[in-house]
Design a protein around this ligand. Structure first.
Ligand code: ADP
Ligand code: MG
Length: 244
């Protein structure tokens, strides 16, 4: 089996409100999957399920062969396989950039400070933030904070990284630098699942497009160009019309 992520018949409800219906998806190593769809259709919930942050009612999720389940005692191991970057950066306000970065690898993975610091500085340099290493989150712009959050996720060496509308809260002029960072990760072969409303970015970066609506996968295709040019379903066409 060479699927890094495997989701079978996932079903999720909140208090009898069905939010995800029979979701099936497999993702291979190095693949970039972009999920699009109207707000409230279950995209964030889906990512949270993948990361073991939500209980599911039925179905199976496996990451690199390990079953994802909030009750799984391997959940700490699982969280190292699957990183997540959110819309709000959730950096620790009282820690400098470098300390924000090294805390999880040191505390959770028991890695040595020198080794993690060296790698963190290298990654910061790659996203052009080396000169900000001793600053605090409040001293950074939104785009810079989001790039720090991406570096923080990378430092744990996850097999897959989930991105949930990471540019949605940014000023327009900062969106580009964050998308550029993600595109660079994609070029380097990272396995990524990205929820975004940036259609041009989706078109450029995706190996596979998933169109979600009302808790279901309505379209799934590797023909990314074809999807944006002429989606097969009325629902996807209607959704895309809003971005014209
Ligand atoms: P999206 O990310 O596509 O906008 P969400 O996954 O956030 O959609 O939400 C899908 C549905 O699940 C919505 O109807 C939302 O109200 C509901 N929902 C999300 N989180 C919770 C929760 N913690 N408790 C109850 N309902 C929730
Ligand atoms: Mg969402």
């Amino acid at each position: 089996m060479n699927d890094l992520l495997d989701v079978k018949h996932l079903h999720k409800e909140f208090d009898n409100n069905v939010v995800l219906k029979d979701i099936n998806l497999s993702v291979k190593k190095g693949e970039v999957v972009v999920i699009i769809g109207p707000s409230g259709c279950g995209k964030s919930t889906f990512l949270r399920c993948l990361n073991g942050l939500e209980e599911i009612q039925s179905g199976v999720i496996r990451v690199d062969g390990l079953e994802v389940n909030p009750k799984n005692k391997d959940i700490v191991k699982l969280r190292q396989k699957i990183g997540m970057v959110f819309q709000s950066y959730e950096l620790f306000p009282h820690l400098s950039v470098i300390d924000n970065l090294i805390i999880a690898p040191m505390k959770v993975q028991k890695r040595k400070r020198e080794e993690v610091t060296k790698e963190a500085l290298k990654l910061l340099d790659r996203v052009d933030l080396l000169d900000k290493k001793d600053m605090y989150p409040r001293q950074l712009s939104g785009g810079q904070k989001q790039r720090v959050a991406i570096v923080r996720a990378l430092l744990v060496h996850p097999e897959i990284i989930l991105f949930d509308e990471v540019t949605a809260a940014l000023d327009p002029e900062m969106v580009y630098e964050v998308l550029e960072t993600m595109q660079e990760l994609a070029r380097q072969g990272s396995t990524m699942i990205i929820v975004t409303h940036e259609m041009n970015f989706a078109k450029a970066v995706a190996d596979k497009i998933i169109f979600f609506d009302k808790g279901e996968i309505v379209e799934e295709t590797d023909d990314v160009e074809g999807f944006f040019a002429s989606p097969k379903t009325e629902r996807a066409a209607k959704f895309l019309d809003r971005f014209q």
